[in-house]
Unconditional design. Structure first.
Length: 384
């Protein structure tokens, strides 16, 4: 029997090849970029010149394909994350920060921003998290109020990727509609009066990350994204489309770590034989290989299902996100162990990969939050 059913279709293989070439161009800058908390100009330029970011925006706004496609985003992330978390983050955030605008923004605001997002002339960001609110997003305190023909926003968003380099933020806030508190989305330009950004947090795998405080920020009502009170649906649509791509990044990071550890274990001898033949080392390498292949298979399957129907197949994306990021955690840990003291030496690629694998299990749905909701789905499916 042919294994065609388990291969990526040609257009995705070609896209992956292109992303691999772009990732290779990033190599000379990867170490510097991955330790930076601002956009690396060389990595940004390489990505902009490559046109890869067009994958994150629909064609009608200058994007590559008719709609943003989870499988396309996922295969690109796998290739970019193999070389650089920074390149991967710049790429995917253009989609994550602009998806709601592309789906439900005002036409003038879409035309103003989205072609620039596709060219990487403008940088997008998504603001959900607050200092006291992470997984429990319904507890956010950012307030959106109507003020004549304008919207007024007050709030504090925290741990926002691209804060400081973003040109606009898609912000989730609470809005009182017919006496009831609901959730709405609004586009806040970074240069709007009342917006201040600071970067109080340094994480173990540096990331362009910051807090955005909005104090009496006023934007035209055309900056509303979607219907009043329908913000959560758009956030869910964004997360449904992009969640599985985190699994792609996890597979890329794990693959890179395994190749580092394998080269090391084949090249270094102890007790007169290569490490790759000693004690538990062969099993650690092979187990990691099995973990990666299983993670990749589920990731591609989930991403293909998500490309057809992101909301309907969110359970598969969630299984892939949690499964692949946890697998990457196990793989990088084993790889460090295989490399002994060279695995924990600062400034080495494996040490960087070890740190870069860690946030994947926390953002866009921490593993335990995802498992909690998957278990509820499972019980409903099995027991009714
Ligand atoms: C690198 C990075 C980039 C980020 N970028 C952005 C961004 O661009 N925009 C943005 O809005 N946010 C961003 N975040 C924030 C991210 O979305 C939150 O970290 C995430 O939602 C988890 O929230 P928390 O860290 O506050 O953890 P908490 O919500 O405090 O949870 C802590 C732990 O408690 C457990 N837990 C919590 N709830 C449950 C539950 N229901 N069931 C079982 N266990 C549970 C989990 O183990 C979880 O890891 C980013 C974070 C990181 C690390």
């Amino acid at each position: 029997m042919s294994d065609d059913a388990f291969e990526l279709p040609t257009k995705y293989r070609e896209l992956a090849d292109q992303a691999r070439q772009v990732a290779k161009q990033v190599i000379p800058f990867a170490e510097r970029a991955d330790e930076s908390d601002h956009f690396d100009p060389d990595v940004r330029q390489i990505l902009a010149d490559s046109g890869l970011v067009t994958v994150t925006v629909p064609e009608r706004f200058g994007g590559r394909w008719a709609e943003v496609d989870s499988l396309a985003v996922t295969v690109v992330r796998e290739q970019l994350a193999f070389e650089s978390a920074h390149a991967d983050s710049i790429f995917c955030m253009q989609g994550i920060g602009s998806y709601a605008l592309a789906q439900a923004g005002h036409p003038e605001v879409q035309d103003h921003w989205l072609p620039r997002v596709a060219r990487l002339d403008a940088v997008a960001a998504l603001g959900l998290t607050e200092p006291d609110v992470g997984s429990d997003l319904r507890s956010i305190t950012t307030v959106i109020e109507t003020d004549g023909d304008n919207l007024r926003i007050n709030g504090h968003k925290s741990f926002i990727t691209n804060a400081g380099d973003a040109d606009f933020y898609t912000m989730l806030g609470k809005e009182t509609i017919d006496g009831q508190e609901q959730y709405s989305l609004v586009l806040v330009p970074a240069d709007a009066p009342g917006v201040t950004v600071n970067q109080p947090h340094q994480i173990i795998a540096p990331h362009v990350l910051g807090d955005v405080v909005m104090q009496d920020v006023v934007v035209p009502s055309s900056h509303r994204i979607g219907e009043p009170g329908k913000g959560f649906g758009l956030v869910l649509a964004t997360l449904s489309t992009f969640r599985v791509s985190v699994a792609g990044a996890a597979v890329g990071v794990a693959q890179a770590a395994l190749e580092e550890a394998t080269r090391h274990a084949a090249g270094r001898e102890q007790f007169g034989v290569p490490l790759a033949r000693l004690g538990g080392v062969p099993a650690q390498l092979a187990q990691s290989w099995a973990d990666i292949e299983m993670a990749r298979a589920l990731t591609y399957r989930a991403a293909a299902a998500s490309a057809r129907d992101a909301r309907g197949n969110l359970y598969l994306s969630s299984l892939a996100k949690a499964g692949a990021t946890e697998a990457a955690g196990r793989v990088v840990d084993r790889c460090v162990q295989v490399m002994g003291r060279f695995g924990i030496t600062r400034g080495t690629k494996i040490e960087r990969l070890y740190r870069e694998a860690r946030p994947l299990r926390i953002y866009e749905g921490a593993t335990e939050v995802i498992y909690d909701s998957l278990a509820k789905d499972l019980v409903r499916k099995v027991v009714g």
